[in-house]
Design a protein around this ligand. Structure first.
Ligand code: ATP
Ligand code: FE
Length: 343
């Protein structure tokens, strides 16, 4: 099969062509406009998707060397995400599927972050079921027990901010651009991770909280700035390294507990924050120390991309799970939800 995948849930417009399990193209237009505002502005995101979607899809076909009429189906992100953004991809996917007379396939964006591990060049070998997937992105942080492709159970999640959100908000305190996650990661490499300590949450089970560390950093910075107005500039690399260490420790502690309690050694990470080098190192360490078989996505499959959408669409294509043309985008879309139940 040849599948076109379309992703437009947040601020990246992306299109990818998948042949079998192999990605032929994965094009993304990132919206720089939001940097000026320190976060994604929904109205601007929607408008930028409208401008980008046709050139991005055309580019995906050209790079893949595939003609439009060769595709077997169109897959698109139905949710979760910003409604105005999702609508652009959804409408486009519908018209294209209708025009080409091929099946339309709806995809849950979060399932896609996880199932990106099944793209043929994502891993030397795909994870074996059941596996645990720490899904960490700009909007979500959760430990998912993946029993099968579409049989997922959330065993723990954040009660407030997502890990990516914590990186971004703390970065904002440091005066860094949005999204701050990748910038903190880069600066952290030159800093000493043990320079500063920030409060860690004490939560039961496998749940997370990241609003505490954000507040802890804010108060600490406010206090230090009173003594030294250039405290941040003088300590930026050490601050970034210490924040990154703390967030990674919080993430890994619960993941280790879950892996031990469930007796699972197949452990994956997914979502934008899985690009983080500190998190990747911690996973590698546990592969040695705890004998985990780890699955770390290739960089281009971590943040929002259409390759992962095409991958899920292919899995559904093989099962004949097609969407009706009346399907609508949905801002909320639980990872445990089965699409068919909604109709
Ligand atoms: P969701 O998938 O929950 O709907 P999203 O699609 O906005 O949210 P992603 O694109 O998956 O999220 O991830 C974006 C997030 O990942 C941002 O918060 C960004 O700061 C963070 N991020 C990206 N790269 C890194 C990195 N190297 N280190 C830390 N955080 C990172
Ligand atoms: Fe995402």
């Amino acid at each position: 099969s040849i599948i076109l995948g379309i992703e437009s849930s947040c601020d990246d417009t992306s299109a990818a062509v998948l042949k079998g399990n192999k990605i032929l193209s994965n094009i993304a237009a990132n919206q720089k406009i939001h940097m000026e505002y320190g976060g994604v502005v929904p109205e601007l995101a929607s408008r930028a998707h409208q401008q980008n979607i046709i050139p991005v899809v055309n580019q995906a076909f050209i790079k893949a060397n595939i003609q439009q009429n060769e595709i077997s189906a169109v897959g698109f992100t139905r949710g979760p995400g910003l409604l105005g953004s999702l609508l652009v991809g959804t409408s486009f996917a519908k018209s294209l599927a209708m025009g080409l007379n091929v099946p339309l396939i709806e995809v849950n964006h979060l399932q896609a972050h996880i199932l990106a591990h099944f793209i043929d060049d994502a891993n030397p070998k795909p994870p074996a079921f059941p596996f645990l997937c720490l899904t960490v992105s700009g909007g979500h942080t959760m430990i998912v027990l993946v029993k099968n492709y579409f049989d997922m159970e959330i065993i723990g999640k954040t009660i407030d901010d997502a890990a990516g959100e914590a990186f971004d908000k703390i970065g904002k305190i440091f005066g860094l651009d949005y999204p701050a996650g990748p910038i903190i990661d880069k600066l952290a490499k030159k800093g000493d991770a043990n320079s500063f300590n920030f409060n860690k949450p004490k939560l039961d089970a496998y749940n997370y909280s990241f609003s505490g560390i954000k507040t802890s950093v804010l108060y600490f910075i406010q206090k230090e700035i009173k003594k030294n107005p250039v405290f941040i500039t003088e300590n930026l690399e050490n601050l970034c390294a210490s924040v990154q260490r703390s967030i990674v420790e919080i993430l890994m502690q619960k993941l280790e507990k879950a892996a031990a309690d469930f007796g699972i050694k197949e452990v994956a990470i997914a979502g934008g924050v899985s690009a983080n080098s500190g998190l990747r190192e911690a996973m590698l360490k546990n592969a040695e120390k705890l004998g985990w078989n780890i699955y770390i996505p290739k960089f281009e499959y971590t943040t929002d991309n259409a390759a992962m959408i095409a991958m899920v669409a292919k899995l559904k294509y093989d099962r004949g799970e097609f969407a009706d043309l009346s399907v609508s985008a949905t801002a909320r879309y639980d990872i445990e939800e089965n699409f068919k139940k909604n109709f």
